[in-house]
Structures are given as C-alpha cells and as structure tokens.
Design a protein around this ligand. Structure first.
Ligand code: AGP
Length: 604
C-alpha cells in the first residue's frame, strides 16, 4: 500500500528518497513520485506510472538537486493509477504526499473549486495540497496552516507537506496512517515505515495518533491532537532488513518459505526451554472466560485454526471474526473476554480500527500477535506476543503465518493451564513444537515433486481445496495463496460441506487439493475423497503415510512427514505454499508483488 519518505538535510536527498521508496516496494503500489526543493527555491517534481525504477531512470535524466524533499509510492484508491494521480500533489508553492483516505474529499473539492482552485487529478489527496495553500494565506507558518487543514479533514491520513519557500522544513501529520521520524546528525527524515530509512539512521520516534510534527535539519518538534507540544521518545531500532537481499532465491516468497524452520525456532526462543513451555510473558490469563480473535486475510486463517486449539485443548470459548466485519456490527462482549488481534504488519487499518473499537467495548485485556515491533497494534494493545519471523517482503504471507500459528499454540497452552490442558498434553505440545523446525525442514524436501505437480495446475482456471477440522482453515489459506499469486480462482471447503452444493462443480477440469494428516477425521475425509473421485474430479492429496491414502486413478498422493496432530496445521501449510509458488512461477506472474495487492493494507 502507499509509502511515504521525506527528508530535510544539507546534502542532496533524492537518492535517499528513491532508496526509501525501493525499500517500500514490497508493500504494493502502482505509481511513484518525488518532489525536491532545489537551491534556487524551485520545486522539482517527477512522477511515473509503474515501478520505482522508472522514476529513478527519470531522475537520472533530469536530476533533482536539493536537501528537502518528499517521495511516495501510490496504491490507487481514488482515481485510476496514472501519472496525473501519482503523488506528490502540488498547489502553488505547496507539495504534499499522503497515505490514507480523505472521506469528505468531495465536499472539500466542491468548496475549493468554488474558490477558484483547479484540480489536476482525481485524487482525494489533492484537496490537502489546495487546503494547505489556502490556509497558509491566513496563517503565519506552514505548521499553523497544516494544523488548520487537518481540522477540516475527515478520514485517515499520514501526510508530509513542504513549501518551496522554506528549504529547511517539512510538516508531517498522522491520523490513522503510521509515520515514523528518523533522526540523523544535522538531518531528519520521515517515512511510513522505518525500513525505508534504515540506510540513513537507526534512531526512530513513532508519531502517535493525532500528532503533527515540524521537522527541520536541527530539530523535531511534535504536537499532540490539541496542538500542545509533546515528547515522542526516539529509540534505536532493532529491525534488521536488507530489502535488496534475496540471497540464492529467485523470489522473496521462496526465500521466506525456506526461512520457516529458523523463523519458528526464533518464535520459540525463550518460550520453549529444555522441552518446557515458558509462558510467563503472557501473564495471568486464569480469569479469561472467552477469547475473541480479530484479523484479516492470512492472519484470519491463523485465528480460525487457533479456535480449534483454544476450544479443544484449553477448553475456553473462542470466536473468530474478520476485522472489517467486526468493526461494523453490534457484537456482545461477555465478561472477562480477551481480545486477540493477529497481524503480520501491525498496521492493517481494519484490524487496528477493530482493536480501538474493542477497547471501548470493555474487553478485559487486549493481546496482539504481531511480527513488527513498534507497529500500531503492538503499541496500542495491552500485551504483545511478537512472532519474530523477520521482515516478510513477499506480499503473500508465508513465514508470518506459520509463526503466528506457533504463537497461537503458545497462547492456547497459556489459556489451558489450570483448565482443560493437563500436564501430559502440555508436554505433548512442547515436544511437538521442539520437533517442528526439523519437520518443516523435511517438508521442504517435497519442493522438487511439488514443482512438477504445479505444471498440472498452470492451465486451470479454478481449483478447490478441502480439509476437515483444524485443516479446514489450512485449506482456506492454500486457496488464498493460489489465487493471490497465480490469479487462479480457488475456493476452500470443509470437506463435509461438499455435498451441500460445491460437488456440482466437480469435473475433470477442476483440480481438488486435499490436506489429509492422520487424525481422528481421516476416515470421514476418505469418504469425501471418494465422493469426488466418483464424479471424475482430479485429486491431489497431501497425506500422512499412516493415513493409508493410496494413489488411484484420478488421484495423486504426496507424502507429508508424519507429525503430531496438534502441529499438523502448521506442517501442512508448507506444501500448499510451495504449490502456489510454483504455479505462479510457471504462469509468469509477479510473485512477490501480485497485481492489485499490497503488503500492508493501511486503508479500509
Ligand atoms: C496474505 O498472503 C495476504 N497478503 C493478506 O491476506 C494479509 O494476510 C492481510 O492483508 C492481513 O495483513 P496483516 O497480517 O499484516 O494484518
């Protein structure tokens, strides 16, 4: 989704801005732009449709010298992807970049047009540029003009404003879209994500909701939503990331799939010590009577899986809901309820809004399971269980998902202690988790066979994924992975639901992927497999050998290493990730940045 980088320095900043945009590319975007105030006090602006490299090429031809500048990658919301709609937007001497959505932009646009302002884009952002330009006529400083402007805006924004008459200042404002200030020596930076600024600084202060900051080369002054000065402490970042490093891998997604044994070992560090679970960091959950999980996309699938664990192993009631639904419906909060948000990025707008709503609704505690330290969800939740997967660059979530599942299994154990979870089952969980990184490593050896199998999917237009029990959400995740990166329409069903409608879709053109660990439901699943075979469907079954599912006509079986049922959802995710990856590679799609999608969905 949209990315922002800004800088105010003595040196030329355009390459810093471009490098920052490149580091934000993984978030997904359709156009990019940069504006720099040059030493003569002129505003140089370049914008390009497509990749940041196209913008960098344009800068190479037409250099933009100057120490104060702003840059942006745009993911279209209002107005098609085009150069005219790309940021920065300019009004007179003012240039603006903006993440988020201005909900009252139509009213403001009409008002500004009536006052003689001419619009050159279809974006909601352009109203901000004109408003700041207008307010600057009635206020002494750019800071005051931005403060006046924000009081007119409804919706979400993270924005940076510069004035070509002042090459030692940028004004930034945050409401709903994250911004972080980077501290250098005699220079300062701003970005929507600290990853953008890691080449120039490791010292960051996160702006809070409603903050406005005035940033010059020598000072950063932050004001709260009442325009009162506040301190936002700058801290050293612990994030490690080199966006340019795919190592030996062709795509970030494949690299991240292969990183899972280590990522899971990192999630478990200090939480699984000498085969014992150490759950102290989750505090006392003995008073919790109900769990409400909220998330989106892949993270929602992690929550769906956890419901099976939390109810079966911990004996605690658990609901799971998509954040964009939860936030707009009237729900009933039971006493002593724990709200759990799950998010790779920690910035997903719907999940964040759901957390904020839930805090008003009287949940006893809020916990986030998250991969990004310092993100909004981490900062606004009572507790955070960090998944420590490391930066995930591929838009398709892989290691973030499996580490979320590990975190959720730890949460299950913490909830279950003193309740349904006896010590033998807790030991079983600890043993299963101990062996999990090794098992995942083994599952990765299926890669070559899955690559061959993928050829049979490349010409298909649809696919079905089937699972039962805690494998149903894994089937959902498999279908999501396939559709998001290969653009093949895929749906998942609980296998028992087939006969209630989807069976009508089965024919030789419909590949059906089944996840079949050796668990209590395997005999039921075999019956569902037979229902499909009897109707001529092409089956691809990922199965535990002990499940005794043998290849037949129309049915290929791939052996998955044997594992404890409890961690089977985590292990069976691997072959489905590899399958979608190889299908996408064969189809020649943009695996790491699939069309229309963004890594961090910061608008609703
Ligand atoms: C996963 O492959 C997707 N890119 C997407 O569904 C993602 O999981 C969703 O947008 C939620 O993101 P989050 O985990 O950062 O909150």
């Amino acid at each position: 989704m949209c990315g922002i980088v800004g800088a105010v320095a003595q040196r030329d900043v355009v390459q810093i801005l471009l490098e920052g945009l490149k580091r934000l590319e993984y978030r997904g975007y359709d156009s990019a732009g940069v504006a720099v105030i040059n030493p003569a006090g002129e505003l140089g602006r370049l914008r390009r449709l497509g990749k940041v490299q196209a913008l960098a090429d344009a800068v190479a031809e037409q250099p933009l010298p100057g120490g104060t500048g702003i840059a942006h990658t745009r993911w279209a919301t209002h107005g098609e992807p085009s150069e005219a709609n790309a940021h920065p937007h300019v009004s007179g001497d003012i240039a603006v970049v903006h993440n988020g959505i201005i909900e009252n932009h139509e009213t403001l646009r009409d008002e500004l047009k009536a006052q003689g302002y001419v619009f050159t884009s279809q974006t909601d952002t352009e109203v901000i540029a004109h408003l700041v330009e207008r307010e600057l006529k009635n206020h002494d400083t750019l800071l005051a003009a931005v403060m006046a402007t924000r009081s007119l805006l409804e919706g979400a924004y993270g924005m940076v404003v510069i004035d070509r008459n002042d090459n030692n200042r940028m004004i930034v404002a945050r409401s709903g879209s994250p911004l972080v200030v980077g501290y250098g020596i005699g220079e300062h930076f701003v970005a929507s994500d600290q990853l953008a600024l890691l080449p120039v600084t490791r010292k960051f202060a996160f702006l809070e909701e409603g903050d406005v900051a005035e940033i010059s080369r020598d000072a950063v002054q932050v004001f709260d939503s009442n325009n009162q000065p506040v301190e936002r402490e700058a801290k050293e970042s612990t994030v490690e990331h080199d966006a340019g490093d795919k190592g030996e891998f062709r795509h970030y997604m494949l690299k991240e799939i292969y990183e899972q044994p280590q990522a899971i070992a990192n999630t478990l560090e200090g939480r699984l010590v000498a085969d014992q679970l150490n759950l102290d960091a989750l505090g006392d959950l003995s008073d919790i009577e109900q769990v409400q999980i909220i998330a989106c996309g892949t993270s929602y699938h992690a929550g769906m899986t956890a419901r099976y664990w939390i109810e079966q192993l911990a004996g605690v009631a658990c609901n799971v809901e998509i954040a964009s639904e939860f936030r707009y419906r009237q729900s009933v909060v039971r006493p002593n309820s724990l709200l759990v948000t799950i998010s790779q990025s920690g910035e997903t707008a719907d999940t964040l809004a759901a957390l904020r709503l839930a805090k008003e609704q009287g949940f006893a505690k809020t916990l986030t399971i998250c991969n990004v330290p310092g993100s909004s969800l981490v900062r606004e939740s009572d507790m955070a269980l960090m998944t420590r997967a490391g930066a995930e660059i591929g838009v398709a979530s892989t290691k973030a998902f499996t580490t979320q599942l590990v975190g959720l299994l730890l949460l299950t154990a913490a909830l279950g202690r003193g309740r349904a979870l006896d010590s033998a089952t807790e030991k079983r969980i600890a043993d299963a988790l101990t062996h999990l990184p090794g098992l995942i490593d083994k599952a990765l050896h299926m890669n070559a066979d899955i690559e061959k199998l993928a050829e049979q999917f490349a010409e298909k237009h649809h696919a079905l994924f089937l699972g039962r029990g805690d494998q149903y959400p894994i089937a959902m995740e498999g279908a999501l992975k396939l559709k998001e990166i290969s653009y093949i329409h895929a749906e998942a069903y609980a296998a028992g639901e087939l006969k209630h409608g989807p069976l009508a879709l089965i024919d030789a053109e419909m590949p059906i992927v089944v996840v079949a660990p050796h668990n209590d439901l395997v005999e039921k699943l075999k019956s569902n497999i037979e229902e499909v075979r009897a109707r001529g469907g092409e089956l691809y079954v990922f199965a535990d050998e002990a499940a005794d599912i043998r290849p037949e006509s129309n049915m290929q079986v791939m052996a998955v290493p044997h594992c404890d049922d409890i961690v089977a959802p985590i292990l069976y995710t691997l072959p489905l990730q590899l399958l979608s990856y190889h299908v996408a590679v064969i189809k020649g799609t943009d695996v790491d940045q699939p069309r229309n999608l963004a890594k961090s969905v910061t608008v609703e």
